[in-house]
Design a protein around this ligand. Structure first.
Ligand SMILES: NC(=O)c1ccc[n+]([C@@H]2O[C@H](COP(=O)([O-])OP(=O)(O)OC[C@H]3O[C@@H](n4cnc5c(N)ncnc54)[C@H](O)[C@@H]3O)[C@@H](O)[C@H]2O)c1
Length: 389
């Protein structure tokens, strides 16, 4: 089949298997140049097929030599329809890891469910023994409560009052003003149920109960704060409330793991182009400007750059556990929130418009990164070739 990009707003209906493989290969090539001192040997990544989870898995396997289990919820191919990008990424990861002699197991299913937790527990017992690092990197629009069957849907809304601000239609390269009504109390709670820390806790409890976590295990979950222009929709919005709940879960997990000397930590990462961030109002416009500013200052990082820094400098190695913020979090958003960077963005933000978008933002870079998520726009791939889906 010949596969071309078909994007609709913040989703892509197609993905290219060879392009996704190449994207994974490039991230591996970057990770291989780094080393994770005293890194973990057996790693579970929950949300492993795209974005930060995939980059975590690649870093720990190819920078640290870890065996990995990757859980994701992806769509396989159908007769005339390619699989989702995450599906192809996981296939490519497994291929490259096995060529390296690493154990790499993919589980495709709903990580929120008890069934997938049981499946993973069996797999760890059979093939891994114990896990010494658990990465929690899920981003999902909904979650079925495993005990009650109730379905919760997350929303991206402000809390308390409506928000009006600039956003972008990436396809049309149009900047416009959007007003988003505040979330109801029920929506806030639903977003916390989906994107908060409850499921992270359930995973750690389940693995700990089965004695499948090694002494000194580390578990990390990802958060975002960002600058003030995004706060109404992010940090002070429904998703921010869910991220606060991650902090509650972090404390609960620390307590739970105390008997095996385990650690739980939240890492606040930088804004990057992923399927999850593309769906948030305001954020893609902010990221386009951020890219321009950070590239000019030569401090631009994508998912893999961030994850290499996380695992080789902040979570493992001689400086592990140092330079945490006052809430005990790792701050990988240090370059993003750097005063110079944010001052430059604050100057651009009030004047950015459809007309000057290319001058004041890296919209082209944003779009390239977005297409790359689905395996498109890679120089070494011939997109007119017939490929097996
Ligand atoms: N993208 C950013 O700019 C950014 C910045 C800071 C923090 N984060 C955080 O990083 C984490 C990962 O986000 P991302 O941007 O990499 O997202 P992403 O959309 O690229 O990845 C989400 C992953 O979750 C998996 N997933 C979703 N629902 C699932 C389910 N029910 N069962 C199993 N797997 C499921 C997907 O298959 C995929 O592997 C999130 O907590 C996000 O808030 C993202």
């Amino acid at each position: 089949m010949i596969i071309k990009p078909k994007t609709r707003g913040f989703i892509s209906l197609t993905a290219h298997p060879k392009g996704c493989e190449e994207n994974v290969r490039q991230q591996i090539a970057f990770a291989e140049k780094h080393n994770i001192p005293n890194g973990p040997k057996n790693v579970l990544v929950i949300g492993a097929s795209t974005g930060y989870g995939l980059a975590s898995r690649i870093t720990l396997a190819f920078g640290g030599g870890a065996n990995t289990i990757g859980i994701s919820f992806e769509r396989p191919s159908e007769k005339d329809k390619p699989a989702s990008a995450g599906w192809y990424n996981s296939v490519a990861f497994k291929k490259f890891a096995e060529q390296r002699g690493l154990l790499a197991e993919n589980i495709n299913g709903d990580a929120f469910s008890s069934e997938v937790k049981e499946q993973v527990i069996d797999l760890i017992r059979q093939k891994f023994g114990q896990i010494d690092c658990v990465v929690y990197s899920l981003a999902s629009p909904k979650r079925t409560d495993p005990f009650t069957g109730e379905v919760f849907k997350s929303v991206l809304k402000p809390i308390g009052k409506p928000f009006t601000g600039k956003t972008i239609n990436v396809d049309r390269e149009e900047v416009y003003e959007v007003t988003i009504e505040p979330a109801t109390a029920e929506e806030v709670r639903a977003t916390e149920k989906v994107m908060g820390g409850e499921d992270w806790e359930l995973w750690i409890q389940a693995l700990h109960n089965e004695k499948l976590l090694a002494n000194g295990v580390k578990t990390v979950a990802y958060s975002y704060i960002g600058p003030e222009i995004t706060w109404p929709i992010y940090a002070n919005g429904t998703i921010g409330a869910a991220k606060d709940d991650l902090m509650r879960a972090m404390e609960a997990i620390k307590f739970l793991l105390a008997d095996i000397g385990g650690q739980a930590i939240v890492s606040v990462n930088k804004a990057v182009v992923t399927q999850a961030s593309a769906a948030i109002p305001v954020v893609p416009l902010y990221i386009s400007i951020l890219f321009k500013v950070m590239k000019e200052k030569e401090i631009h990082e994508g998912c893999i750059g961030q994850m290499v820094r996380l695992f080789s400098e902040r979570l493992y190695g001689p400086h592990a556990g140092k330079s945490l913020d006052e809430q005990g979090r790792i701050r990988l958003d240090d370059f993003e929130l750097n005063r110079d960077v944010q001052d430059a963005i604050a100057k651009i933000w009030p004047k950015i418009s459809t007309e000057n978008l290319k001058e004041f933002s890296d919209i082209d870079g944003y779009k390239q990164e977005f297409l790359k998520l689905f395996g498109f726009g890679l120089a070494s791939i011939d997109y007119d070739d017939d490929v097996e889906i």
